[in-house]
Design a protein around this ligand. Structure first.
Ligand code: GCU
Length: 613
């Protein structure tokens, strides 16, 4: 049997090493049998990718440590003879903390964009010899090649989405050698493309773990109130393994729900059951139920909230009640550490600031954030706008670029589809109008709707002035007709005129759908005080918020907003000495969590809004 499995596996490795395709995503890893590989990994800087390409620049695509690559050893090879040529060796190389970007850990790597090789050695004993083991990455920015014990396991592209590979038959009890090539170079055809207003943190920026499963296990599932329903849960359960036709039990003890489903020969079963006397999830009562999914003697637990979201004309309804989305935009960054946010503590710190603003909603810009952010927001009663980095001038006519964007959208919907607080999937930000772009985005909408019939689809569009009168603003984007919620960014008072221009501006929105202002704001250096006409002072930003909120209040279909932005964040586009110094200063908090005067304006507005609803 084992021989057959090894033969099959070698075919599988050959295939994946060509396609590099990861195995279907295993969701809810935090409630599975996992072993963390977080910690210190050895690393080697490889700016010319000497470990991947030979001197004729032909790809060798193998763990460089298992072969002499013209004298380039990327391994823990111990020199046998003094005549041997060894130029690289992990064992006496420095280490980087995983998760975490290299930019934030080594001064010499702060601006580095390129390849770094990581190596982790670990022992592993399976709990049951028939079990399977998967290697799971929360995310790697941006492109990763993965090798285990000299075998190519796979390749992944996309800096903010999870992926996993089966490594069952590659694993050894002792001295496993995991080597990862990470390349964060920006590329025209990538998603995002070359130009962004955020820092290009490179590295293994999220958790790495081994997931051990039974031979056939529950890999994926979706349980949520169906479209337009307050008491009918629908969804599916998907098995992974050889024995796919089985009975699975679904229990929610607190609601006295027990049901069973039988999977078909593809391992999939539809789920439908009635939800009686349930407390629906809401920001005021973020109720989560313990849900037990049992296959044979393996029980998988998830904490799931049930809620209904709908639009009704220009209103957003949560559980049938009109709601105003008191939001804020957020980048995934711990400003004090100066690195990507990557754990539960970071999530609580960031979302705690949103709560101080009296938010019930956050726009997690401009890419999928780590899973801790979504789950912590769900526990705190904060709704979420989730977004893929189809940002600005994407390579719209490139099929590979579309495949990449579509895969990132699929992966984030897969990971977060059971989270009650995620209410919007956003497919773009400030993309220039063209036929190719609108086709690209409508295809992404079709993809999202095919996976999720309930959540709203949106994108942060740009405003347009009606030529005759520059003070009348509208949304003329052809893509606006396809979204459920009409969202757009506007910077009146910062990029467009000064704050008093708000008083002269009126908005005409011709679409009968909810409107969210997905960005407005302006910069201020915390602690810089002057009169309100002095750019970069806290007083200027404060007045900008006062004027904008007065103007936006007049938009009849306004159902929410996510001002730009919660906290100052790193950006290579913001280099004004003594003011920006590499930081975008539009936060209402400084990067260290100090509140600017605009914070109090927004908080006061949200407190008033909360009393209105
Ligand atoms: C844009 C963009 C943001 C950017 C912001 C700014 O609208 O969406 O990513 O940071 O404006 O200029 O600060």
């Amino acid at each position: 049997m084992k021989i057959i499995r090894i033969l099959l596996l070698s075919v599988f490795i050959a295939l994946t090493s060509i396609s590099g395709a990861s195995t279907p995503l295993i969701i809810n890893t935090s409630h599975r049998t996992v072993t963390s590989l977080n910690g210190h990994w050895n690393y080697i800087i490889d700016q010319y990718e000497n470990g991947y390409y030979n001197y004729r620049y032909q790809p060798m695509d193998r763990d460089p440590g298992y072969e002499n690559n013209h004298g380039a050893y990327f391994n823990d090879y111990v020199q046998q003879k003094k005549t041997e040529l060894i130029e690289y060796n992990f064992s006496n190389s420095p280490t980087l903390r995983v998760p975490g970007s290299w930019n934030a850990q080594e001064e010499e790597l702060f601006w580095y964009e390129g390849t770094i090789w990581y190596r982790k050695r670990f022992d592993y004993s399976k709990k049951d010899e028939n079990n399977r083991v998967f290697l799971y990455f929360g995310a790697i920015n941006y492109e990763a090649h993965i090798y285990l014990n000299g075998h190519k396991v796979g390749r992944h592209v996309g800096g903010f989405t999870p992926f996993n590979f089966e490594i069952t038959d590659l694993l050894k009890e002792k001295e496993n050698r995991l080597v990862v090539k990470v390349d964060n170079k920006r590329k025209k055809e990538a998603v995002p493309t070359l130009n962004t207003d955020w820092f290009n943190y490179g590295g293994i920026t999220r958790d790495v773990k081994l997931v051990e499963t039974s031979p056939t296990f529950i890999q994926d599932y979706h349980l949520q109130l169906g479209k337009g329903s307050m008491n009918e849960v629908s969804g599916f359960i998907q098995l992974n393994g050889d024995d796919l036709q089985q009975e699975i039990s679904i229990e929610i003890p607190e609601l006295k729900i027990e049901t069973t489903v039988n999977t078909n020969k593809t391992g999939k079963a539809p789920v439908n059951f009635e939800l009686k006397n349930a407390t629906l999830w809401s920001p005021d009562n973020p109720k989560l139920y313990d849900v037990y999914l049992t296959l044979n003697d393996n029980c998988l637990i998830d904490k799931i909230g049930f809620r209904n979201i709908e639009t009704n004309g220009s209103d957003i309804l949560l559980n049938g009640e009109k709601v105003f989305l008191r939001g804020i935009s957020i980048h995934e960054e711990n400003g004090t550490r100066g690195d990507r946010a990557c754990n539960a503590e970071d999530a609580r710190m960031i979302l705690g600031r949103a709560k101080e603003l009296n938010c019930n909603f956050v726009r997690l810009a401009h890419y999928p954030h780590n899973e801790y952010m979504i789950k912590t927001a769900e526990e705190m009663g904060i709704m979420v706008w989730s977004e893929i980095p189809v940002y600005w001038t994407i390579d719209w006519n490139n099929p590979e670029t579309y495949k990449n964007a579509s895969q990132q959208l699929e992966d984030i919907i897969n990971r977060d589809k059971n989270r009650a607080n995620v209410i919007i999937w956003s497919v773009a930000n400030e993309t220039p109008v063209s036929d190719a772009r609108t086709k690209f985005l409508t295809s992404l909408i079709d993809k999202a709707r095919s996976m999720d019939k309930v959540r709203f689809i949106s994108a942060a569009l740009e405003k347009h002035t009606i030529s005759r009168n520059p003070y009348v603003v509208s949304i003329e984007d052809p893509f606006a007709q396809y979204v459920d919620v009409l969202s757009f960014n506007q910077y009146i008072g910062w990029y467009d005129g000064l704050p008093d221009l708000c008083n002269q501006t009126t908005w005409t929105i011709k679409f009968e759908k909810p409107v969210i202002i997905s960005e407005f704001g302006g910069g201020a250096l915390f602690g810089f005080h002057a009169d309100k006409n002095t750019r970069w002072s806290e007083e200027f930003q404060e007045d900008l918020y006062v004027q904008n909120l007065k103007m936006l209040e007049k938009i009849p279909k306004l159902s929410g907003m996510t001002p730009w932005i919660l906290s100052d964040f790193r950006s290579p586009r913001r280099m004004l000495p003594y003011i920006q110094d590499g930081w975008n200063r539009k936060g209402v908090f400084s990067e260290n969590g100090e509140k600017k005067k605009a914070f109090y304006v927004l908080k006061k507005y949200y407190t008033k809004k909360e009393q209105e609803f």
